[in-house]
Design a protein around this ligand. Structure first.
Ligand SMILES: *[C@@H]1O[C@H](CO)[C@@H](O)[C@H](O)[C@H]1NC(C)=O
Ligand SMILES: *[C@@H]1O[C@H](CO)[C@@H](O)[C@H](O)[C@H]1NC(C)=O
Ligand SMILES: *[C@@H]1O[C@H](CO)[C@@H](O)[C@H](O)[C@H]1NC(C)=O
Ligand SMILES: *[C@@H]1O[C@H](CO)[C@@H](O)[C@H](O)[C@H]1NC(C)=O
Ligand SMILES: *[C@@H]1O[C@H](CO)[C@@H](O)[C@H](O)[C@H]1NC(C)=O
Ligand SMILES: *[C@@H]1O[C@H](CO)[C@@H](O)[C@H](O)[C@H]1NC(C)=O
Length: 398
């Protein structure tokens, strides 16, 4: 089944990707086209969701237990790791206790051209030096075989049958791209003629094509060139689709574990196009399951807005072309306020069904990236909830 969004890891391995197979900013959400849905795959016969709550004061856990699973009430009771050495709690997915372990030393990832370094050994293989605190690769005009060897702002331009040279990224509206990475960081390549620097291949600003405009391809119902981020192929032609919100607009929607949730449909298509996503157990004390958020729902639109702002910022233009989607580079170059807002919406949208009504001790343990991002965001902007409400009101008023 087609999934709309996949992990960022894929892109760090295969750099030949273009806007079609880039997920919407590395979200790990999974949607399917409703017309691919097999009703026989639904399993409503599975047990209800477990509950998650903080350790009660009257409970005492055995040494090194950080999460106690009680089969009696199908509940996980969450505590901290008190021991300085065994300080990490790795929650398991199974219905068992979790124990505190010794944290592994984290490997510091290498920096790319344009990213911070202390020493040349901090930089990726394409780099030649660490200069004034940043990794440096080859300048414009130098020979290359891959964009990794070129400085930020450049890509390796390889004419058909010729040898490559580092050249400035192609601006919006410019032609001759063969992948998104040939275009400026805020734009992707509409590949009319594959594997050729053809003049019909145009760099188009991300999130700008209107619903039902034609795009060169649509993989996993996703194309970042579309304003909605989503698309559908019909009779061999791919079209951007409308922005599709949850079918029941009163989000968050509760649901039955094993069922699927749907978005509204775009009736432009002969078979109306809607997305589905699995109902997910939440990390809440009631054992409630929730529907995922869909690309047309308010928090997701807010995420797209902030992401768009980032792609179009002069700061993110300082990121290497192959690093445009990474949060590591954005964090280094973008202003903290904008970065924190993006990170908050990114993690919120990503974990939307599981963090609804979730106690703080549970979120902190199970979704620490969201927990941290929310803390930073609230520091900058005041209460996230209050802002969430004002967005909804603004949408109603608009
Ligand atoms: C799970 O943790 C509780 C509380 O620490 C303990 O009483 C129980 O024996 C543990 N169960 C298993 C299977 O280790
Ligand atoms: C810098 O990296 C080199 C190896 O590339 C290493 O020998 C040297 O100790 C490093 N210097 C510092 C200050 O880390
Ligand atoms: C994108 O490419 C397709 C051909 O694959 C073409 O029909 C379409 O007009 C192009 N879209 C834009 C906005 O240039
Ligand atoms: C879950 O429980 C909390 C507190 O007990 C309550 O406020 C909330 O309304 C419940 N949510 C649902 C969906 O039952
Ligand atoms: C996104 O940004 C546009 C223009 O900047 C604005 O009109 C729209 O209301 C924003 N949407 C949300 C959900 O904030
Ligand atoms: C990107 O920024 C420029 C100005 O820096 C602005 O003119 C343009 O409309 C922006 N594009 C989008 C899609 O936000």
């Amino acid at each position: 089944m087609a999934s709309l969004l996949t992990y960022l890891f894929i892109f760090s391995v295969f750099y030949t990707a273009s806007s079609q197979d880039l997920l919407l900013d590395s979200l790990s959400l999974k949607y399917s086209d409703i017309s691919d849905l097999d009703p026989l795959s639904l399993d409503l016969d599975i047990p209800a969701c477990p509950s998650y709550t903080c350790k009660r004061k009257d409970q005492s856990f055995t040494k090194k237990t950080c999460i106690f699973y009680s089969a009696d009430d199908d509940t996980f009771y969450v505590d901290k790791c008190a021991d300085k050495t065994f300080s990490l709690c790795n929650p398991t997915q199974s219905l068992v206790n979790s124990t505190c372990t010794i944290p592994q030393r984290t490997v510091i990832p290498l920096s790319w051209p344009g990213e911070k370094c202390h020493n040349a050994s901090d930089c990726t293989t394409g780099c030649i030096a660490c200069k004034m605190g940043f990794c440096i690769a080859q300048p414009e005009g130098s020979g290359c075989t891959s964009s990794m060897e070129c400085n930020a702002g450049l890509f390796c331009s390889i004419p058909t049958g010729g040898t490559g040279a580092c050249a400035p990224q192609i601006p919006v509206g410019g032609v001759g791209c063969t992948s998104d990475y040939d275009c400026v960081n805020g734009a992707g390549c509409n590949i009319t003629t594959p594997n050729s620097a053809s003049a019909t291949n145009v760099c188009i600003q991300y999130y700008t094509l209107k619903p039902h405009e034609i795009v060169s391809s649509c993989v996993s119902n996703s194309n970042l060139l579309c304003s909605s981020g989503i698309c559908k192929t019909q009779s061999g032609i791919s079209y951007c689709s409308n922005s599709l919100a949850s079918e029941n607009s009163n989000i968050p929607n509760t649901c039955q574990r094993g069922s699927v949730c749907s978005s509204i449909a775009d009736n432009f298509f002969t078979t109306p196009f809607a997305l589905t996503g699995p109902c997910q157990c939440g990390l809440n004390s009631n054992g409630t399951a929730y529907c995922p958020i869909f690309p047309g729902d308010a928090p997701y639109l807010e995420f797209i807005n902030q992401s768009k702002k980032g792609y179009n910022s002069t700061d993110i233009a300082k990121c290497h072309t192959l690093r445009r989607y990474t949060y590591q580079c954005r964090e280094q170059h973008w202003d903290k306020k904008n970065y924190d807002k993006l990170q908050y919406y990114f993690t919120y949208v990503n974990h939307y069904p599981v963090v609804q009504e979730s106690p703080e001790c549970v979120v902190k343990m199970y979704q620490s990236d969201y927990y941290q991002a929310k803390l930073e965001y609230n520091d900058e902007f005041g209460s996230a909830t209050a802002i969430g409400v004002s967005i909804v009101l603004a949408l109603i008023a608009g």
